[in-house]
Write a protein that binds this ligand. Sequence first.
Ligand SMILES: Nc1nc2c(c(=O)[nH]1)N[C@H]1C(S)=C(S)[C@@H](COP(=O)(O)O)O[C@H]1N2
Ligand SMILES: [Mo]
Length: 200
Amino acid sequence: MPGNRKDLEREMAGQGRLPPGQVLTEKWPVLHEGTVPAFDPATWDLRLFGRVEAPVRLTYPEFMALPKGRLTSDIHCVTRWSKFDCEWEGVSAAEVVRRVSLGQGVTHVLVHGEQGYSANLPVGDLLDETVLFAYRMNGEDLTPEHGWPLRLLVPKLYLWKSVKWVRGVEFLDRDRPGFWERYGYHIYGDPWREQRYSDD
Ligand SMILES: Nc1nc2c(c(=O)[nH]1)N[C@H]1C(S)=C(S)[C@@H](COP(=O)(O)O)O[C@H]1N2
Ligand SMILES: [Mo]
């Protein structure tokens, strides 16, 4: 029904859930650089490395045996669409990070995806209770295009931080820009402060 989407958008805006400069979408656009990587459960791993006492490598069965978490959140893409009430299933970031002892002075992480994609964030934001390593959304497995078998989900920041096809978390004692941050996107990316580009 035409108008329906706008009504919903007004409702979300009224609830303070529509960040400035965003519009509501009911679809789920697919956006990424490069191609959709192949997934082989026999060789897939998730690596926790960098400034940690001992690096950890989780195989696919080991990862899938971690305690499951569920969260409902809204997502905001820097290309100006927002999608509401997404129900995610996965493993909370705090649960994943518990597998390592952080070294002295860890302040940030660089989250690595397949094919060289990465995104940086403060370690405190990674450990936020809203952050999930997700494998299902709205009751269905993620499609390959949306990051199967695993993507990060950082709902408080623009969606480029939510690395699809995630394969590693590197712990750092300083901030280091990821893929889009090196191309002029904001180093932090808070949609509520419209931190789209590095000079915002
Ligand atoms: N590995 C990887 N993750 C990525 C990207 C990418 O190019 N590669 N693009 C990011 C960007 S810019 C956006 S907007 C979201 C899009 O997620 P979606 O395709 O599931 O909507 O994925 C993010 N995660
Ligand atoms: Mo994006």
